[in-house]
Design a protein around this ligand. Structure first.
Ligand code: FES
Length: 164
C-alpha cells in the first residue's frame, strides 16, 4: 500500500514504534503527527497506521473517536476548541461558546466558508484553574472574556491574511 505520509514522517513512526515495549503504545503520538502533516486523519492515513501497528482499522478508529483533538474531517486553519465543562461552565464558558458561534458564524464541528476557523465544543482542556479556557490549534488561552476572545480571534485572522 502506498504511504500517504512523507518519508520523514515514516522514519519518525519507525523511531516511535521502537521506543515502546508494545508497538501499540505509539498509536496516539502517531495519529497526532499524521494529523499535523495531513490536516486530518484520512482513510489512507488510518489504514497505513493500522498496517504499521498490526492493528485493525476499527481499533484505530475507536481511539480517534475517544480523543477530541483527533479528527477525521478537514478543519479550519485554526481549530477553536471551547471548553464548557464544569470549571469553565461556572466561569462563563457557555457564554463564551455562544459568543464564539455568533462571531464565527458556525456551529459545533463546522468550518467557516473561508476555511480560516473551525469550531468545536469540548470537554475539559486540563486548564480548569484558569477557566474559562480555549485551545486554538496547540495554543492555550485562559481566563477569557468575550472581548478578550475577540482580540485573540482577530490576531489569528491577521496571521491567516499574512499566510502565517
Ligand atoms: S473544565 Fe474547562 S479546562 Fe477543565
Amino acid at each position: 500500500m502506498p504511504t500517504p505520509f512523507s518519508q520523514g514522517l515514516e522514519q519518525k513512526f519507525a523511531d516511535l514504534m521502537g521506543r515502546y515495549p508494545a508497538r501499540r503504545s505509539a498509536l496516539v503520538p502517531m495519529l497526532m503527527y499524521a494529523q499535523d502533516e495531513l490536516g486530518y486523519l484520512t482513510p489512507a492515513a488510518i489504514a497505513r497506521i493500522a498496517e504499521l501497528l498490526g492493528e485493525s482499522e476499527m481499533a484505530v478508529r475507536e481511539v480517534i473517536g475517544y480523543y477530541s483533538m483527533l479528527r477525521t474531517e478537514k478543519a479550519g486553519k485554526y481549530h477553536v476548541q471551547v471548553c464548557t465543562n464544569i470549571s469553565c461552565l461556572l466561569r462563563g464558558g457557555e457564554e463564551l461558546y455562544e459568543h464564539c458561534q455568533k462571531r464565527l458564524g458556525i456551529g459545533n464541528k463546522q468550518t467557516a466558508a473561508d476555511g480560516v476557523f473551525s469550531l468545536e465544543e469540548v470537554e475539559c482542556l486540563g486548564a480548569c484553574s484558569w477557566a474559562p479556557a480555549v485551545q486554538i490549534n496547540y495554543d492555550f488561552h485562559q481566563e477569557l472574556t468575550p472581548e478578550r476572545l475577540d482580540q485573540i480571534l482577530d490576531a489569528y485572522r491577521e496571521r491567516a491574511v499574512q499566510g502565517a
